[in-house]
Design a protein around this ligand. Structure first.
Ligand SMILES: *[C@@H]1O[C@H](CO)[C@@H](O)[C@H](O)[C@H]1NC(C)=O
Ligand SMILES: *[C@@H]1O[C@H](CO)[C@@H](O)[C@H](O)[C@H]1NC(C)=O
Ligand SMILES: *[C@@H]1O[C@H](CO)[C@@H](O)[C@H](O)[C@H]1NC(C)=O
Ligand SMILES: *[C@@H]1O[C@H](CO)[C@@H](O)[C@H](O)[C@H]1NC(C)=O
Length: 409
C-alpha cells in the first residue's frame, strides 16, 4: 500500500516535471523518479547552493502522503521546526525546559540526512505567559535570556546548521518594533539584539547565527533597519553570520528577480550569508483554480524569488514555510488569503513547482534555457486558461488529486 502510493506520487511528479518527454520516456522516468536529480533540493545543490528545505513539525508526522514528500531528500534537504523550538514550546515554565517535540523533528531530519535550521530564540511573539507577565528588571531579564538561549542552544549544539537568533525586531519603517510591545525592547532597549548574539555564539560555536525578518524583500526602509542591525551586532563585538529573508509574499506583489537580488546583495556586501527562510506566496482571494492565471502568476513569483537567490552567491538556500496548502499558516492568520504553497492541499505540485524545477535545471545546466518560461505559457501568463499543451500539467495535477485523496481517506 505504502509503496504503491509512494510510486504513484513519484509517477505523477515525473509526469508533471516532464516537459517534452514522450509517453514512453515518461513511463521510464516514473520508475526511476527518486533516482534522478529532479527534486528541489537535489537540483538546488546541483546549482551550488546548500539546501532547499521546508518548515514542518510533529503535527504533520502522521500524514503519510505528506511524509512521502517531506522525507524525500531529493525534494527537501533541510527541515525547520515550524513551532516546536519557539520559546513557548521549549521553556513553557521558567527553568522547565521541554524538548520532546522539537527533538522528534531533529531526529527525523537526522535519520533522513537532512539539515536542521533552528528557529527561533529571541522573539517578542509566541512567548510563554511568564516571560510577558513578569515585571522584569534589566538584570533579571538578561539572566533569563542567557539561561534560555544557552540551554536551548546547548541542547541542539552541533545539530543546527543555523539558528534564527533574533526574529522580527523591526517595525515596517526600519525602526525598532514596539507594536506589539516587545518585553526585550522595553526592558533592555536595542542592546538585547547584540546581547542575544553574544550569548548564542558562546552556546553553539558551530551554528550560523542569523537575524530573521519579513518584508525586507519589499520595504527598503526595513532593509535599511536590518543593515543597521548587522552593523550594531558587529559594533558590539558579537558574531552574526547571516540575514534571513522570510519572504512571506503575495501573488502579483512579489519583487522582480533583479530587484530582490539587489536587496540580497546589499547584505552580501556586508559579508554575511543570506537565505530565504519562510517562503510562501499567497493569493489575496481564494479559492483559485488549478492551472489558471492565478497559479501562473504565482509560478512567476516563486521563480523570481528562487532566481534572486540563485543570482547571489551569498544566498545559501531556500526554505518554504510548509510545502503544501494543507498545513499553511496563511488562511488561519489572514482569513480569505491562501493557497500560498508549491503543492496544493491534495499534494498536487502546482505550476510554481514546475517553474522552480525548470529554473533550477536550467541553472544547473540540466535543461535548456526557457524551461521555466515554458511553464508560464507563450502568452506571458496573461491568459485566463492554460494553453492545451500546458494543460498537460493540469491533467497530471488531477491525477495527484485522486491519489492524494485516496491515501488520506
Ligand atoms: C526509490 O524508491 C523505491 C521505492 O520506494 C525504493 O525501493 C528505492 O530504494 C529508491 N531508490 C533510491 C535510490 O532511493
Ligand atoms: C515541568 O513541566 C512538566 C510539564 O511539561 C510538568 O509535568 C512538571 O511538573 C514541571 N516541573 C516543574 C518543576 O515545574
Ligand atoms: C499575560 O498578560 C497578558 C496581557 O499582557 C494577558 O492577556 C494574559 O492573560 C496573561 N497571562 C497570564 C497567564 O497571566
Ligand atoms: C515608525 O513606525 C512606528 C509605528 O510602527 C512609529 O511609532 C514611529 O513613529 C515611526 N518612526 C519613524 C521615524 O517614522
Amino acid at each position: 500500500m505504502r509503496l504503491t502510493i509512494h510510486g504513484l506520487l513519484l509517477l505523477v511528479a515525473g509526469l508533471v516535471s516532464g516537459t517534452t518527454a514522450t509517453t514512453t520516456t515518461r513511463l521510464t522516468r516514473r520508475a526511476s523518479a527518486n533516482e534522478t536529480k529532479d527534486g528541489l533540493h537535489s537540483l538546488m545543490v546541483a546549482t551550488g547552493k546548500v539546501y532547499f528545505g521546508t518548515a514542518t513539525d510533529t503535527n504533520n508526522f502522521d500524514d503519510e502522503a505528506y511524509q512521502t514528500i517531506a522525507t524525500n531528500r531529493k525534494e527537501f534537504g533541510m527541515f525547520t521546526p515550524e513551532n516546536s523550538q519557539k520559546w513557548m514550546s521549549t521553556e513553557p515554565f521558567q527553568g522547565n525546559f521541554s524538548f520532546a517535540q522539537a527533538d522528534r523533528v531533529a531526529q527525523r531530519a537526522r535519520s533522513n540526512r537532512q539539515l536542521l535550521r533552528c528557529h527561533t530564540l529571541t522573539w517578542h511573539s509566541q512567548l510563554p505567559p511568564f516571560v510577558q507577565n513578569t515585571t522584569w528588571n534589566p538584570a533579571a531579564l538578561t539572566a533569563l535570556l542567557t539561561a534560555h538561549l544557552t540551554t536551548v542552544m546547548r541542547h541542539y549544539a552541533g545539530r543546527c546548521y543555523a539558528w534564527d537568533v533574533v526574529n522580527e525586531a523591526l517595525a515596517e519603517n526600519g525602526t525598532m518594533r514596539s507594536d506589539p510591545p516587545s518585553v526585550f525592547l522595553s526592558i533592555l532597549g536595542p542592546s538585547y539584539i547584540p546581547l542575544s548574539f553574544t550569548i548564542a555564539a558562546a552556546a553553539d560555536p558551530s551554528a550560523k547565527l542569523y537575524y530573521n525578518d519579513f518584508n525586507l524583500e519589499t520595504i527598503p526602509a526595513k532593509a535599511d533597519g536590518a543593515v543597521g542591525i548587522v552593523k550594531q551586532i558587529r559594533a558590539a563585538g558579537a558574531r552574526i553570520d547571516g540575514v534571513g529573508f522570510q519572504a512571506h509574499m503575495n501573488v502579483g506583489q512579489t519583487p522582480k528577480r533583479e530587484e530582490l537580488a539587489g536587496t540580497l546583495r546589499r547584505f552580501a556586501a556586508l559579508g554575511v550569508d543570506v537565505a530565504i527562510t519562510e517562503l510562501d506566496i499567497a493569493h489575496g482571494k481564494v479559492p483559485v483554480a488549478p492551472g489558471g492565471v492565478e497559479e501562473v502568476q504565482q509560478a512567476r513569483d516563486y521563480a523570481a524569488v528562487v532566481g534572486a537567490c540563485l543570482d547571489v552567491e551569498a544566498c545559501v538556500g531556500i526554505t518554504v514555510w510548509q510545502f503544501t496548502d494543507r498545513y499553511s499558516w496563511v488562511p488561519s492568520t489572514f482569513p480569505g488569503k491562501g493557497q500560498a504553497c508549491m503543492f496544493a492541499e491534495d499534494y498536487r505540485p502546482k505550476l510554481a513547482y514546475d517553474a522552480v524545477v525548470g529554473l533550477l535545471k536550467e541553472t544547473a545546466g540540466l535543461a535548456p534555457a526557457g524551461s521555466a518560461e515554458s511553464v508560464f505559457g507563450s502568452d506571458g501568463g496573461k491568459a485566463t486558461t492554460p494553453s492545451p499543451v500546458n494543460a498537460s500539467s493540469t491533467t497530471g495535477s488531477g491525477e495527484v488529486h485522486v491519489v492524494g485523496t485516496g491515501l488520506l481517506e
